[in-house]
Design a protein around this ligand. Sequence first.
Ligand code: SAM
Length: 271
Amino acid sequence: MSEPQQMPSFHSTPADDGQQELLVAVLDAQADLTSIKRMRAWASKALGVRPGEHVLDVGSGTGSEVLAMAAAVGSSGRAVGVDPNPRMIELADTRTGEAPATFVEGSAYALPFPDDTFDAVRCERVFQHLEHPERATAEIARVLKPGGRAILIDSDWSTAIMHPIDPTIVAAMQSIADDRTPNRESGRRLRGLLSAAGFVIDDIGSEAVIFQPEVSAPMYAAQVQAAVASGVLTQAQAEQATAELEQGLATGDYLFSVTMYAVLGHLPTAV
Ligand SMILES: C[S@@+](CC[C@H](N)C(=O)[O-])C[C@H]1O[C@@H](n2cnc3c(N)ncnc32)[C@H](O)[C@@H]1O
């Protein structure tokens, strides 16, 4: 098994270069996963961005989905990414090239745009990091024009599988993720959040993200160590989890996954 890595956290703005490089490497590796590509393709078709539209990606990370939307809106439209991490904004800017895309520093809690600015908004794997997700959906509703569409995509970490590690050990390891992922069952709450913000729900999709062992095994190893450090696992349980993980990897009997949900809605048009 590979060496354990530092535990990445998207919850707050990273403080050092090593953490930032790790976050970008994780996002780039995830963008290559077949399951993420399938979910994004479904979500993009569902959102149906058209030439000339003004569109926003909240928590845009490396900016890959802003660039995809920029291609859809064309030169008569505008695609914007917003993220509170200035280093992500800087990175996304460097990847933009000639695309009609811009990146702005800001939070989902206080989107730096006037009311009624956008035709469509997407937000992927951000709500799990928000302590107050209802404030984010209110902001998304505010910046959308009447009739505007939104799609929220997020994981529900209670659906995570780390086979063949003993599920009771997995549950204990998951419990320490709370500080970094305050809204870890976000996936199941997206529909209710959009409804409460005044959206009409149009569709719901889901995809189990299947993680590749090269990406997930070192992170799980780091999680085991963090669980021991925080006292939720004994050293003996950690050794058991590590042995089970190594055995699974050696025999090919492993499955690392989490279910993501995507909810599409639109605001009523003004009367
Ligand atoms: C797991 S990454 C997902 C990035 C991108 N949406 C994707 O799917 O590749 C989570 C992103 O949410 C951003 N984020 C964290 N807190 C946020 C907030 N309050 N408002 C907006 N974005 C936030 C992080 O900086 C990070 O870029």
